[in-house]
Design a protein around this ligand. Structure first.
Ligand SMILES: [Zn+2]
Length: 70
């Protein structure tokens, strides 16, 4: 079973997408490669994921940095 990536438009197998149980297909709308690329470039729809990653990274200071930045 494959799914078309919303970003690059390429049909890729579901294993090439990150799992997301809140999505209809059970995976994210964009492929792993695009997700990585978009996260690095700060695409707005991926800010939530980027924030999550940053929060995990800076878990020693919960809320401190983002209270200022957002
Ligand atoms: Zn893609």
């Amino acid at each position: 079973m494959s799914k078309q990536c919303n970003r690059c438009g390429t049909a890729k197998p579901l294993s090439m997408y990150r799992k997301d149980r809140t999505k209809r297909m059970g995976v994210e709308n964009i492929c792993r490669q695009c997700r990585l690329d978009a996260t690095v470039r700060g695409v707005p729809e991926l800010q939530e994921a980027a924030i999550e990653a940053l929060n995990n990274w800076r878990s020693a200071e919960p809320g401190h940095i983002f209270a200022r930045a957002w």
